[in-house]
Design a protein around this ligand. Structure first.
Ligand code: FES
Ligand code: FES
Length: 78
């Protein structure tokens, strides 16, 4: 598989809402970062679904190389 596009060099901080499902962009091509907008079609990547258990701040990976997707694990520093 090809490499994802680096959308940002840091995580996106998002206030998620309990009970809502979010689709994190894995390909890095979405114009609605950090979420999928359908741009992955020809990229070979698929979005990663995340269902929020509670309302809180989450750090979604923007560099797309986290080992703990859809969240930042500090890999953007490497
Ligand atoms: Fe990137 Fe859908 S636009 S995974
Ligand atoms: Fe991707 Fe931090 S933004 S690991």
């Amino acid at each position: 598989m090809s490499q994802p596009t680096r959308a940002a060099n840091q995580p996106y901080v998002v206030d998620v809402e309990a009970g809502k499902t979010y689709f994190w962009c894995a390909c890095g091509l979405s114009a609605r970062q950090p979420f999928c907008d359908g741009s992955h079609k020809a990229s070979g990547f698929e979005p990663v679904a995340f269902k929020a258990e509670k309302s809180e701040k989450k750090f979604f990976c923007g560099c797309k190389v986290s080992q703990k997707v859809p969240f930042c694990d500090g890999s953007h520093n490497r």
